[in-house]
Design a protein around this ligand. Sequence first.
Ligand code: NAD
Length: 247
Amino acid sequence: MFHFDHKVALVTGGSRGIGRSIAEVFASQGIKVACTARSSSLLENSISEMKAKSLDVMGFVCDGTDENQVKQTYQEICTHLGVPTVLVHNAGIVEEKIILRLNSEEWDKMIDVHLKASFLWSKISLRGMVQQKKGRLIFISSILGLKGAPALSHYAASKSGMIGLAKSIAQEVGKKNITSNVIAPGYIDTQMILDKRDEVIEIINKKACIKRIGEPRDIANLALYLISTEASYITGQVITVDGGISL
Ligand code: NAD
């Protein structure tokens, strides 16, 4: 039995996939959840579906790469729900391109969505967590941030950067009762990998210990544990959830 002493959580990219699953498991513990996404259409629909399950969630359209939008959205979340003591930076994108064809705009976009947004959301959330004397930061990276991958140098580099950020934050704010950890998923069944799903299943059957594709809930279950009181001694860690594919 785990215990939770957080009233408000902020989940970026909470409109679908892994982010939505995390929002649902948090809200199922009575935590109010602010979900951000880039556009309103899918977000509104997702929020309505979650509300229909009596979950206390609220949607905020916000591009996490824009500092002003992040500041404004954070204030709105504090006004409507209260100060978040949990941040999950989950929002992400993927695009395959070999490094010889990659241009600097494409590089910057990937770094901004994963790494710059991690910095912006962490910085603004940490102030409130310090005041509340508790906090949990979780960064959704990837196993590719640990081992790299062909045609994904920008994605892998941005996901590695999140690990350095999380470990540094852990050392800066541990004394304030704030933990900072990284989840590194393997292949998870979401829109992100839809185009390559058959190929992914083949790789899993060949290389993974657990012969199934990961579900968003596999990631959400770990996120839920990491925000529990019982996980208060875990910080600065990268925890892989990949069915053993990276072994
Ligand atoms: P998804 O495409 O279903 O969801 C991505 C979410 O991020 C969406 O809600 C989208 O609106 C949001 N988003 C993207 N750019 C944004 C921005 N600039 N501002 C705000 N929101 C933005 O993908 P998913 O599989 O659920 O991915 C969630 C995270 O998990 C990503 O960071 C991804 O890199 C990581 N991940 C996924 C897999 C996988 O196999 N699906 C594997 C490893 C890591």
